[in-house]
Design a protein around this ligand. Structure first.
Ligand code: PMP
Ligand code: GLN
Length: 383
């Protein structure tokens, strides 16, 4: 007899990123859907991995991550954000930001707890909350700027609020929060026990002279925050699934209790290689904003003369467009048709909303070689 298993996630199917990347591959379309670069990380980073493998660093890494990598992270964070995180107790290397965020939720959220998120919301947060018995409450980010309405956020706070999950620079909108946003957040959370998870995977991808406002840099918010970044985004290695989490000692203690049973430890030789590379090439991360700003501008230029209406893009490697001048189809249908008939795969933005709100907006990933963007541009101008 088959066991009966009521789903813990009845509303959830396969993630849109997997669905669209598969459809792109099946159709031979240019894949501007799932967010990943189609160019390589520096060869030197690969050589370093090979060296560490050859040197025999192939068994389990230490639980919090290898010391040289935690030291390199501490130095970077001190340098960029004037924040001192203790190398032994306040920094943990994780198997991607997804695992860091899930682990922070699992460590803190109990059945019945409420967690505030912002819609459009990155797709892993709410399943993470619900698997741990929590309930997501949604604040809304409105096009074209997708910035928080702090009065709405205030209205969502109840005695049951355990956590708020924030994400700047924001996927999918490319919105970037200001210092004033952080002040509003700090004021709202003052005198509460609410924990913050700050998803900062695009911390180095902020444009037009704006500065990333890390919670690590905010004296007050830092005390209640898990700050998450991802090497996948910074070093063009999304397939390595290595990231890190920063948090004050007491929070990190609870995080590690869960971390050790979710994943235990993270890929050893690649951590060592990243530690070497960070030390040898601090300029790499610092140059990322200019690198991606040039790609953003190049891609936006490709779309000029098309019928797509460009929304602002202040950070990340995603560009939103409104396609109302082309079609009135639902965005999921439009995304499929773009892939099958026009040969360019995109992400429909309705999938980032709990009720599937459809504003006829789709997301392009511009972390691509110029040839890819030119080829996509030719097809998109013909739509
Ligand atoms: N958060 C956001 C906002 C992301 O865009 C992504 C990946 N694109 C992640 C988390 C997950 O990062 P990782 O691949 O390191 O798990
Ligand atoms: N975060 C990436 C995106 O937004 C994809 C990561 C994934 O496929 N889970 O496209």
């Amino acid at each position: 007899m088959n066991p009966r298993l009521p789903s813990k996630l009845p509303q959830v199917g396969t993630t849109i990123f997997t669905v669209m990347s598969k459809l792109a591959a099946d159709c031979g379309a240019i894949n501007l859907s799932q967010g990943f670069p189609d160019f390589s990380a520096p060869q030197h980073l690969f050589d370093l991995v090979t060296q560490h493998i050859a040197a025999g660093r192939n068994q389990y890494a230490p639980l919090p991550g290898v010391a040289p990598l935690r030291e390199a992270i501490a130095e970077k964070v001190a340098d960029l954000y004037r924040a001192n995180y203790d190398v032994d107790q306040e920094i943990t290397v994780t198997a991607g930001a997804t695992q860091a965020i899930f682990t922070a939720i699992a460590a803190c959220v109990r059945p019945g707890d409420e967690v505030i998120v912002f819609a459009p919301v990155y797709d892993s947060y709410v399943p993470g909350i619900e698997l741990n018995g929590g309930k997501a409450l949604y604040a809304h980010l409105q096009a074209p700027d997708y910035l928080p309405d702090w009065d709405e956020v205030a209205s969502l706070i109840t005695p049951k609020t355990r956590m708020i999950i924030i994400n700047s620079p924001h996927n999918p909108s490319g919105a970037v929060w200001s210092a004033a946003d952080l002040e509003r957040l700090a004021a709202l959370l003052r005198n509460t026990d609410i924990i913050v998870v700050s998803d900062e995977v695009y911390e180095h991808v902020v444009f037009d002279g704006m500065h990333h406002q890390s919670l690590a840099a905010h004296e007050e918010l830092r005390q209640r925050s898990f700050v998450v970044s991802s090497f996948g985004k910074t070093y063009h290695i999304t397939g390595w699934k290595i990231a890190y989490c920063l948090a004050p000692r007491e929070l990190m203690q609870e995080f590690r209790k869960a971390h050790q049973f979710v994943v235990f430890v993270v890929n050893h030789p690649m951590q060592l290689a990243l530690a070497d590379f960070m030390r040898e090439h601090p300029e790499f991360a610092r140059g990322l904003a200019a690198f991606y700003q040039a790609k953003r501008d190049f891609f936006r230029n490709q779309l000029s003369g098309s019928r797509f209406e460009l929304l602002p893009c202040r950070g990340t490697y995603f560009q939103l467009v409104h396609y109302g001048a082309i079609s009135d189809e639902p965005d999921t249908v439009f995304a499929q048709r773009m892939t099958r008939e026009h040969g360019v795969a995109v992400i429909p933005v309705s999938v980032f909303y709990p009720q599937g709100d459809d504003h006829r907006i789709v997301r392009f990933c511009f972390a691509k070689n110029e040839e890819t963007l030119v080829a996509a541009g030719t097809r998109l101008r013909a739509v």
